[in-house]
Ligand binder design. Structure first.
Ligand code: C2E
Ligand code: CA
Ligand code: CA
Ligand code: CA
Length: 279
């Protein structure tokens, strides 16, 4: 992708509730954006709660439109999901993320992992396993350094199909994380059925910690459940020291949020790892 070097961030609120025609022009702009290389990847640190050492990065897509500025994923991912462009964008992101990781490891001088979001449509695409194999083969990345983030909803569309795909992913040693854990409408039975390694607790349960007794109860229950099922937990959207302290004391091992690192371009992550800023 093209590096513009600018970090313009245009507020999008005026367009957020715009008419449907706007989405049509946004959709047209997306196809152009693919040709022009306007999509980029940012990387957000996932850190150990106790040591704050970076363990890995979540890959997050960014679209820097020349005049609209930064278009948030919440705007363009749903469109890409509808028109199928997500298959192209997602395949690119997966491959680019796998290629990126060794550079991060070299800068850090130790092993890390890379986490990539897989949308429902991508997961259900016939070519998904080929896309995964292509990313691993092209990059030479060992499968166990790759985490694939999937929502409960993605698994529930067709659980039998999901089970088969997850088994294939596990054969490649890739790990499965449940993204936005707790926000889906599924039963917990799938935790037994599917080979899951990581629960990413949604920010909705983190943001009012430690004051909210209800959120505290939910988070504690998730940590307990994870412990007994031998799953790792990543708390998403941690913004304050109080939240981090609470989570760390309750035995939450991994943290991701603005407090310990915002999503950043690869070269910024490399510089930070080299300077040991995030040790
Ligand atoms: P997500 O997978 O749940 O990603 C976490 C989102 O939370 C990211 O938003 C991240 O920037 C944001 N975040 C991280 N820490 C904090 C914090 O401390 N406070 C707050 N308020 N937010 C925090 P982002 O990058 O805007 O992405 C939004 C969503 O778009 C993602 O949610 C994911 O569902 C989707 N997305 C982003 N990149 C990709 C991609 O490459 N592929 C697919 N399929 N979806 C993507
Ligand atoms: Ca995610
Ligand atoms: Ca999430
Ligand atoms: Ca989310």
């Amino acid at each position: 992708a093209k590096e513009t070097g600018k970090s313009r961030c245009v507020t999008y609120s005026a367009r957020q509730s715009g008419p449907p025609e706007h989405d049509i022009s946004l959709e047209a702009a997306m196809f152009n954006a693919v040709r022009e290389g306007e999509f980029q990847l940012y990387f957000q640190p996932i850190v150990d709660a106790r040591s704050r050492q970076i363990q890995g990065f979540e890959t997050l897509m960014r679209w820097k439109h020349p005049t609209l500025g930064m278009v948030p994923p919440a705007r363009f991912i749903p469109i890409a999901e509808t028109n199928g462009l997500i298959n192209l964008l997602g395949a690119w992101a997966l491959k680019a993320a796998c290629v990126q990781l060794p550079q991060f490891e070299e800068a850090a001088g130790r092993e890390l992992y890379i986490s990539v979001n897989i949308s429902p449509r991508q997961f259900r695409n016939d070519k998904f396993l080929d896309v995964l194999d292509d990313a691993l083969n092209f990059s030479g990345l060992p499968g166990n350094k790759l985490v694939l983030e999937i929502t409960e909803g993605t698994l529930m569309i067709d659980p039998a199909h999901a089970e088969a795909i997850l088994a294939k992913m596990t054969e490649r040693r890739a790990r499965i994380a449940i993204d936005d854990f707790g926000t889906g409408y599924s039963s917990l039975a799938y935790l037994k059925r599917f080979p899951i390694s990581v629960l990413k607790v949604d920010r909705a349960f983190i943001k009012d910690l430690p004051d909210s007794a209800k959120d505290a109860a939910i988070v504690n229950a998730v940590l307990d459940l994870a412990k007994h099922l031998d799953l790792s937990v990543v708390a998403e959207g941690v913004e304050t020291e109080l939240q981090l302290d609470y989570l760390e004391q309750r035995g939450c091992q991994y943290i991701q949020g603005y407090l310990t690192g915002k999503p950043m371009p690869a070269h910024v992550a490399v510089a930070a790892l080299k300077e040991d800023l995030y040790a």
